[in-house]
Design a protein around this ligand. Structure first.
Ligand SMILES: [Cu+2]
Length: 110
């Protein structure tokens, strides 16, 4: 009986340790995956802002080779309110964006 209890205790400890290690490992993996995805899908553009709306900005941008885009005027989604401060009509901007479904979301503005 004593040894059975000991085995059980060790098993519980081992299981707890494994669970902990797993959640830590998963977290690390998620972060790595996010980074890889962001790195692969962020595109850079240059253009002039033609219109600023609540959560959208229209940019007359130069060709974006990574998207196979010619120069055009189009709307981008802006989710980060802080980026809105950097966007103003007629301002020339260097920006980065990523595709999210059917939206193109601005991720940084210079
Ligand atoms: Cu475009």
């Amino acid at each position: 009986m004593k040894s059975k209890a000991l085995v059980l205790a060790l098993f519980v400890l081992a299981a707890a340790g494994t669970a902990h290690a797993q959640s830590g490992g998963m977290k690390g993996m998620d972060m790595k995956m996010d980074k890889t995805e962001a790195k692969g899908s962020v595109h850079k553009g240059t253009g002039v802002v033609t219109k600023v709306e609540k959560d959208k900005v229209t940019i007359k941008h130069e060709p974006v080779q990574s998207m196979n885009w010619p120069a055009m005027t189009m709307a981008f989604t802006v989710k980060d309110k802080a980026l809105m401060d950097k966007l103003a009509k007629d301002k020339k901007v260097d920006f980065e964006f990523k595709q999210e479904g059917r939206d193109y979301v601005v991720t940084s503005v210079k």
